[in-house]
Design a binder for this molecule. Structure first.
Ligand code: DGP
Length: 112
C-alpha cells in the first residue's frame, strides 16, 4: 500500500473533500487552508514533483492548469485567485505528490 497521503485520498483510503474528479485528475479542499477557498489539484498517478515530470506529462500539466480557473469560478473566486506549485524542500513542498494550490477569496500578500 502506498504511504503517500494524496495517493490514499485518490484510493479512497483517506477522506478528502473532493470537488472534481476525472480519469486523470482529482481536486479537493486543502486541510490547512490559507485563504477562504483553498483547493489542491493533483494527478491521480503518483508523481513526486514538477522535477519528475516528463515530456509526456505535458497534457496532464496543461489540464491541471486549465482546471484551476474553472474550479475558482465554481467556488466564487470572481475577483481572482492564486496558483502555486511548491517543488522540493527548498520550494516549501511538504507533500511529495505533485499538486497545484488554487486559493483566494481573502486578502493575499501582494508578492509570492
Ligand atoms: P505543499 O507545502 O505544497 O506540499 O502543501 C501541501 C498541502 O497539503 C498543505 O497545504 C496541506 C495539505 N495537506 C496535507 N495533508 C493533507 C490531507 O491529509 N488532506 C488534505 N485535504 N490536505 C492535506
Amino acid at each position: 500500500m502506498s504511504e503517500c497521503i494524496f495517493c490514499k485520498i485518490v484510493a479512497g483510503e483517506l477522506p478528502g473533500k473532493k470537488v472534481y474528479e476525472d480519469e486523470e485528475l482529482l481536486a479537493f479542499h486543502d486541510i490547512h487552508p490559507v485563504a477562504p477557498v483553498h483547493l489542491l489539484i493533483i494527478p491521480k498517478r503518483h508523481i513526486v514533483s514538477l522535477v519528475e515530470c516528463q515530456a509526456n506529462d505535458e497534457g496532464m500539466l496543461g489540464r491541471m492548469l486549465l482546471l484551476a480557473p474553472r474550479l475558482a469560478r465554481e467556488h466564487g473566486l470572481d475577483n481572482g485567485f492564486r496558483t502555486t506549485i511548491n517543488t522540493g524542500r527548498g520550494g516549501g513542498q511538504l507533500v511529495f505528490h505533485l499538486h497545484l494550490h488554487v486559493f483566494g477569496g481573502g486578502t493575499l500578500p501582494t508578492h509570492l
